[in-house]
Ligand binder design. Sequence first.
Ligand code: PMT
Length: 372
Amino acid sequence: MASSRSGNAPSASLDSLAEDQYFSAHPTPVDLEKHVAQAQDFINHQLTAGRRVVLVTSGGTIAPLEKQMVRFIDNFSAGTRGARSAEHFLEAGYSVIFMHRQFSLQPFSCRYSHTTDCFLDYLVEGPNGSVVVRKDDSDKMLQVLKKYREVREKNMLLFLPFVTVNDYLHLLRAVGRAMQPLGTDGLLYLAAAVSDFFVPPSQMSEHKIQSTDHAKPSGATTTENEEKKGIPDYFTSPENITSNKQLTIFLDAVPKFLANLVHTWAPRCMIVSFKLETDPDLLLEKSKTALSRYQHDLVIGNLLTTRKWEVVFITPDGQEKWIRAPAHKEGETEDRSLDRSKLPDEPAVELESLVVPAVIELHTRHIQQHST
Ligand code: PMT
């Protein structure tokens, strides 16, 4: 079978140079080998079972400020999009590698975590000292539990956690490569909110950044000993921690490896990336630019404030298609011109229940077009 995209990269040698430079300079996560072995076993199982496999990335990544990390830069993503999408893929018969930020929302349990109700609120004391689910919640919880148990028993759901942006990039590369044997049956659905800026390890303080310059007399320069310990001058020098205790940190851009993913890591799989913006005037243009730059299959654009209500699909044929969740259940009044502040917190229909089938339709077309 011919590759659908391999070798088409406009700047393949530059991409491969950037990849070599990044992955040789940034430490391999301690659990990487174990996680890749789990992914390979899982994929082999799905190949035997003849199932399609989707890699869903979900949640935010952190950018540490210190090697012995006390502080870090994070982002808003709770992992709602990824967790809910994973459920709908499973419902459609896909097996799911759920690559998620540790402690972010997970499929099925997301119905009962990070909510306004504590999970204990769903439980009451039952007969003979047992603990049972509150009567009003038990039917719904039973349905969720059955679905969860079924996909676990059929080995259709694998959880792979990451924390930092570096963990994410190492894991994405390794799992993307492990998906190659799936060919066009593989789908990558990149919903994680990946850090755009970080402090590279070569410039990172080994120890906790001090909030005062007491550790070092004002005006002193970094000693040879400190340089060996990896404390860069710009964290300890008086220019960075000023007398009024302001800290200046310089962040580098995190390299984007979407081109590498598309052209060399998983060239036959269908690849879907998400584009998040806050300015509505930028969303379409930036989504289109991403698609033409990386030459993958679909960009799903969304705005921070309306991400639960609508997304836009941008495809290589130049089409843009909006998918919108209704505010009200069928039969109830639907008025899209309503002031958003008067709308309910959540749409009446979960947006992912509309997005995932539309992605699956495109994946089916991808398989038909590229399988020979
Ligand atoms: O988790 P929720 O709270 O439900 O929110 C869902 C979401 C808004 C996070 C999700 O729908 C979404 O939009 N995810 C992508 C956010 C994002 O990273 O957008 P971006 O424009 O910064 O990046 C675009 C693409 O490049 C992404 O697919 C990302 O995986 C990729 N990227 C980004 C940075 C980087 N260094 N390397 C990358 O590969």
